[in-house]
Design a protein around this ligand. Structure first.
Ligand SMILES: Cc1cc2nc3c(=O)[nH]c(=O)nc-3n(C[C@H](O)[C@H](O)[C@H](O)COP(=O)(O)OP(=O)(O)OC[C@H]3O[C@@H](n4cnc5c(N)ncnc54)[C@H](O)[C@@H]3O)c2cc1C
Length: 482
């Protein structure tokens, strides 16, 4: 009995029933994975790594947010780059759509098939766990696509280095997935996004050929930047199997402060003057007060400040030495400062747990968008006002990476497939001169709106690249380019 069947018998909700229908693979389509294809896949990766039982494949069809789900024909877990190439060739020869998948923490419906999509073969990178010793001379490391960002951090830290991209999903998200989405996170203001860390990639293209550019040369002006092309390609141009990544020397020490501010503009003013010469801003995040209360309730944390400001910021700066604080803040602000590791981690909890706290409400329309500096407050006010036209909006929260103009705007209430919310919020982003995706990518959720902030010429160029590398359109069809 399948999991879906069991839940139907147990009398599940309509929402779950709809979800099961979205994920069901019709028998005639399942037959497409005929014995010939299945046998060929098993010959490459072994029987234990070709999953076709719906009880096993269903979890690979549903993402972290719970908003997106679709039908999975099979899950294949190759263990080497050669195996990836062989699996790709088998699938493409059989005309089967392939979806490269890492930790499934993507939040735009790019890491799972869409509800109306043809059933896909999920190519999971979980077994691509190569992790070479840190190259001390170059300050670089080569890592397999399936290595989690937390494992990469641990590996770099043990060698006296650090990786510049960090995000709350670090325990699950992978090197390949963060390259696929060009992930940002909490350290962008200091080290840049994933694109800036990627020195080279190894990738299996849709025709099964392998490009391996892992030499780590900092200067290499020999034509198109193929590694750069793969960053942010969301699994539509091939499978990244490994990457050569730049590392950084970690800060000498750091201090984390929680600061009450009126609004985002007030927060940005502080950031501009808070960091003394010779120090560095390591992070500047903001959470609105209603969401902070939700986080406190969800994570059983006390309200962190004596007063109740409209927003609370998390600022982290490099310190000259452990125990010292390099942070110039006006005396009249409500501020608490952490200088030891335990307090720093405790303060970061107020920000890191935002995503899961919102998820506890149920299905959320999540928007990860950028607006120009100075537009944050105007955008939030405008989008909130426009959403008044949608009856069932119960909560609107905003938080995000203040220093980057990157707002996470969360709308709770409307059903997962109620696209009015997406239309309103993303149109508002365009009207404020922003981008409909700051760092999560486009996926399936935002593909219909790409033209809001990308020109016809840009989209045509993207399609030309896609058609050149994947002429059959089999790689993550429906994601990024609708
Ligand atoms: C709690 C939480 C906090 C988050 N915070 C942030 C944040 O601060 N900043 C941020 O940028 N994102 C954030 N995210 C989103 C998510 O973690 C990132 O998008 C991450 O990069 C996804 O990595 P993944 O391994 O889970 O990839 P998946 O979700 O599995 O896949 C994401 C996309 O990449 C493609 N892909 C995966 N692996 C490969 C590969 N090997 N080759 C080619 N394409 C591939 C997939 O096809 C898909 O399109 C957060 C998510 C959660 C749940």
């Amino acid at each position: 009995m399948t999991e879906g069947r069991a839940r139907e018998d147990a009398g599940v909700s309509d929402e779950v029933r709809v979800r099961d229908d979205q994920m069901r693979v019709p028998d005639d389509v399942r037959a497409a994975l005929d014995d010939g294809v299945r046998v060929a896949l098993v010959e490459v990766v072994g029987a234990g790594h070709v999953l076709t039982d719906p009880d096993l494949t269903t979890p690979y069809g549903e993402d972290w947010s719970g908003r997106f789900a679709g039908p999975v024909l099979a899950v294949v877990r190759p263990g080497t780059t050669d195996e990836v190439a062989a699996v790709v060739r088998i699938c493409v020869d059989a005309g089967l759509p392939v979806l490269p998948q890492g930790g499934r923490t993507g939040l735009v419906g790019g890491s799972v098939p869409g509800a109306g999509d043809p059933p896909m073969v999920v190519l999971s990178t979980v077994r691509l766990q190569r992790l070479d010793p840190v190259d001390e001379a170059a300050g670089q490391v080569t890592a397999g696509a399936g290595v989690t960002i937390a494992a990469l951090h641990e590996h770099a830290r043990a060698a006296g280095w650090m990786y510049g991209v960090d995000l709350a999903a670090r325990d699950s998200c992978t090197v390949g997935g963060t390259i696929g989405t060009n992930a940002g996170g909490i350290r962008v203001c200091c080290y840049g996004m994933t694109r800036r860390q990627v020195v080279g990639v190894e990738v299996v293209l849709p025709d099964g050929s392998v490009i391996s550019h892992l030499g780590g040369l900092l200067k290499d002006n020999t034509g198109y930047d193929l590694a750069g092309l793969m960053v942010g390609s969301e699994g539509t141009l091939g499978v990244v199997t490994a990457a050569r990544l730049a590392l950084h020397r970690p800060p000498r020490a750091s201090a984390v402060a929680l600061v009450g501010v009126r609004d985002a503009s007030h927060g940005l003013e502080l950031v501009a003057s808070a960091v003394p010469d010779g120090s560095r801003l390591l992070a500047a995040e903001i959470v609105d007060a209603p969401l902070l209360q939700v986080i406190c309730d969800h994570a059983s944390l006390p309200w962190p400040l004596p007063s109740r400001p409209a927003h609370v910021m998390v600022i982290e700066t490099e310190s000259p030495a452990p125990g010292e604080v390099a942070l110039d803040l006006p005396d009249d602000l409500d501020v608490v400062v952490a200088v030891d590791a335990v307090d720093r981690a405790r303060f970061w909890d107020y920000r890191d747990r935002a995503g899961e706290a919102v998820t506890a409400f149920g299905i959320t329309h999540r928007f990860d968008v950028t607006v120009p500096h100075g537009e944050w407050d105007a955008f939030v006010a405008d989008a909130t006002q426009r959403l008044a036209a949608v009856d069932d909006v119960a909560h609107v929260f905003s938080f995000g990476h203040l220093a980057d103009g990157n707002i996470h705007f969360e709308v709770i209430g409307p059903a997962a497939d109620d696209d009015r919310v997406d239309e309103i919020v993303l149109r508002c982003v365009a009207d404020h001169g922003g981008s409909i995706s700051a760092e999560h990518g486009v996926g399936r959720a935002k593909a219909p709106y790409l033209h809001y902030t990308r020109s016809p010429a840009e989209i045509a160029a993207m399609r030309a690249v896609k058609n050149a590398l994947d002429p059959q359109g089999l790689f993550n069809p429906g994601a990024l380019l609708a």
